[in-house]
Design a protein around this ligand. Structure first.
Ligand SMILES: Cc1ncc(COP(=O)(O)O)c(C=O)c1O
Length: 501
């Protein structure tokens, strides 16, 4: 088959780099070079031009003529991209550790997904996109059970599908506000005044409820979500927003084992502030109906907190009658070594609502039964996701289970983290605060300029990395990222650090 031919291509540049780095003594010491263990992966990066190359630059210019395309890194050739490798339009093949902002679960062009698409009985699911809320296909419930519900977080029996992460959070907020109002209303009926006032954006029909969020958090760019997003000013500038409480998120000191007491105090300070804000806002007649939090603040700089912090936060939510919403849009799907990152916390009472997207192929949210809307069309949009994505997700979950990819994330993550810690010890002026769970790893650089330079150099050496926060580099590989990919990266990056000026 065609992809086999590409896999067998001789990686001259990779070989030269390896020989050079061994001679120059820069090689990341302990590990073997890359090998192929999946039949659709390439054997290493292969670079022909700098990135973006001439063809990418030409296409960027064209696109920029019809929209602001300044965010485009380069144009891709998805036909040629395989496994952990992204190929660009100039023929450069790069080890992709960013995987489309963390959204490719089992690599590019996975044979199982290709097979799924080739099955004639699946064709109509891809061709006819339904308005799922009113006209679902016959197998819709069965596919939801086979896909999303088969991996539902403990205690959450209900699921709604959506099209993206922001859309999922936005609708989760609505479900929480409706739940809160229903609690307050008790057995009373909706009043005429509520029905009339909501039409002009006024209470009591539009109650003064709020979602509490954290500084550094990112929950999307739509209007409601943006009120809970506090990662970068560029996302928020010029957009009117809501007076909702924003709590500090712990800023942990590393290495964690050297700062146990300081970090405990920092977490206690943040939790105290959460409670104070809930009380303060209530005094202003603004009720905190829910708390939203990411298990690891991702866009905001890969900020971690301890499992204990989250357990206590869950308790605070319960104590004050607030819904507890865990945003697993970036952390969900297995990259931390558990299907949901919040499973690491060991909650005795599950989260009330969990949102997802990215690696889950479809957006949406799981929730407890009490968060079901009490009437149709209250949580609704035209598509409500896309059944073709549920079909693909069912296959992705099958691959995750049969190939034991959660354990793989733990294992490969350990190889990556160990290597990063070693590099941190050797280049402390360039790398600090190495942290991670599974393959969801990151480190800090001294500043924004150094971070961006490292990302650019790595890309030209055949490794795609992502930035987050103001000076962090984050790893978001696919679930088929193995130990040998980690060592391949560490070898390349070790050389980059040794030669960095
Ligand atoms: C934690 C989190 N929530 C929400 C979103 C928004 O998702 P989307 O970009 O699909 O709207 C993101 C996107 O990066 C995210 O990381």
């Amino acid at each position: 088959m065609r992809y086999i031919v590409h896999v067998r291509q001789f990686n001259v540049i990779g070989l030269i780099c390896q020989v050079f780095s061994v001679i120059s003594g820069h090689r990341y010491i302990s590990q073997a070079a890359a090998k192929i263990d999946v039949d659709f992966d390439y054997d290493g990066p292969l670079m022909k031009t700098e990135v973006p190359g001439p063809r990418s630059r030409e296409l960027m210019k064209k696109l920029n003529g019809i929209q602001n395309a300044e965010a485009v890194h380069f144009f891709c050739n998805y036909e040629e991209s395989r496994g952990n490798y992204l190929v660009d339009v100039d023929g450069n093949r790069m080890l992709d550790l960013y995987s489309q902002i963390s959204s490719i679960p089992i690599g590019y062009s996975h044979p199982s997904l290709i097979k799924l698409l080739q099955q004639p009985q699946n064709l109509s699911t891809f061709i006819n996109r339904p308005a799922l809320g009113i006209l679902p296909p016959e197998n819709f419930t069965e596919k939801l059970k086979e896909s999303l519900l088969s991996v539902a977080p403990k205690g959450l029996s209900q699921v709604m599908t959506m099209s993206c992460g922001s859309c999922s959070n936005e609708n989760a907020f609505k479900a929480i506000f409706m739940w809160y109002r229903n609690k307050e209303r008790g057995h009373n009926n909706v009043t005429k005044e509520e029905l009339e006032s909501c039409m002009i954006n006024q209470p009591p029909g539009c109650p003064d409820y709020a979602m509490l969020s954290f500084m550094g958090g990112f929950h999307g760019r739509t209007l409601g979500c943006l009120a809970t997003t506090h990662s970068k000013a560029i996302h928020k500038l010029d957009i009117p927003s809501l007076d909702w409480p924003i709590a500090p998120f712990p800023r942990l000191k590393y290495p964690l084992e050297d700062f146990v007491k300081e970090n405990q105090q920092e977490e206690a300070r943040c939790l105290e502030e959460v409670e104070d804000l809930i009380v303060k806002y209530r005094k202003k007649k603004k009720i905190v109906a829910g708390i939203i939090v990411e298990p690891i603040q991702s866009e905001g700089g890969d900020n971690h907190a301890s499992d204990d912090f989250f357990r206590k936060l869950r308790d605070i939510a319960r104590k004050h009658g607030c819904a507890f919403l865990v945003d697993e849009v970036q952390t969900g799907g297995g990259c931390t070594g558990k299907f949901w990152a919040h499973e690491h916390w060991g909650l005795d009472d599950p989260a009330d609502v969990v949102t997802f997207s990215k690696k889950m192929m479809t957006g949406g949210f799981f929730h407890k039964e009490e968060f079901r809307p009490n009437a149709p069309y209250r949580i609704f949009n035209t598509w409500l996701g896309d059944p073709s994505k549920n079909l693909m997700l069912a296959e992705v979950i099958k691959v995750i289970k049969t190939e034991d990819l959660l354990n793989n994330a733990t294992h490969a993550g350990k190889a990556l983290l160990t290597g990063l810690l070693d590099l941190q010890a050797r280049y402390p002026h360039l790398i600090s605060r190495v942290r991670g769970r599974g393959t969801f790893c990151s480190f800090d650089t001294p500043n924004d300029a150094t971070r961006n330079k490292l990302i650019t150099i790595a890309r030209n050496k055949g490794v795609v990395l992502g930035g987050c926060g103001d000076r962090s580099i984050r790893f978001r590989p696919t679930l088929i990222f193995k130990d040998h990919h980690a060592h391949l990266f560490l070898n390349i990056f070790s050389d980059i650090l040794a030669n960095f000026k």
